[in-house]
Design a protein around this ligand. Structure first.
Ligand code: DQA
Length: 149
């Protein structure tokens, strides 16, 4: 099983950025943790981060071309207003789980809405880096269900 983990703007600043909200782990540390977990689950992971909307869209489309089995996507602030990322997720044939480190529904009102989530199979928020591990489990479930049918 192949999964692509895509992180959006400012997530390259994890560790430095508002640690009370996003924790003290850097993106590299989080990706290493995901990698170790995924190996134990026999899942192959690739990682991508960009601060640009177009690059995130290109990587979502690439996941389709590479026949990935799933995408784990933290669109960061784009979550709340990028119809282009919504459309990209809808365009590809790859189940996508939206992940947020923080509990977006318990924060400022502009963070409560995700315009990307309706294009996804589900959303996980508020569990810090563990959310990415939960998303791997969720994608395995989605895949097993597909195989049962
Ligand atoms: C975030 C939540 C977003 O509202 C914010 O803009 C981010 C990070 C999270 O992971 O909690 O950049 O996606």
């Amino acid at each position: 099983m192949k999964i692509v983990i895509i992180n959006g703007p400012n997530l390259n600043f994890l560790g430095t950025r508002e640690p009370d909200i996003y924790g003290r782990q850097t993106l590299d540390e989080i990706e290493n943790r995901i990698q170790e977990y995924a190996e134990r689950q026999e899942v192959a992971c690739s990682f991508f981060q960009s601060n640009s909307e177009g690059e995130l869209i290109d990587r979502i489309q690439q996941a389709h071309m590479d026949k990935a089995d799933g995408i784990i996507l933290n669109p960061a602030a784009y979550t709340h207003y990028s119809y282009a990322i919504h459309d990209a997720v809808k365009s590809v044939n790859v189940p996508t789980v939206e992940v947020h480190l923080s509990a977006i529904h318990a924060r400022e009102s502009f963070r409560k809405e995700s315009v990307v989530a309706p294009a996804c199979v589900g959303q996980i928020s508020g569990f810090g880096a563990v959310g990415y591990l939960l998303a791997i489990q969720a994608l395995k479930e989605v895949r097993n269900k597909g195989e049962e049918q």
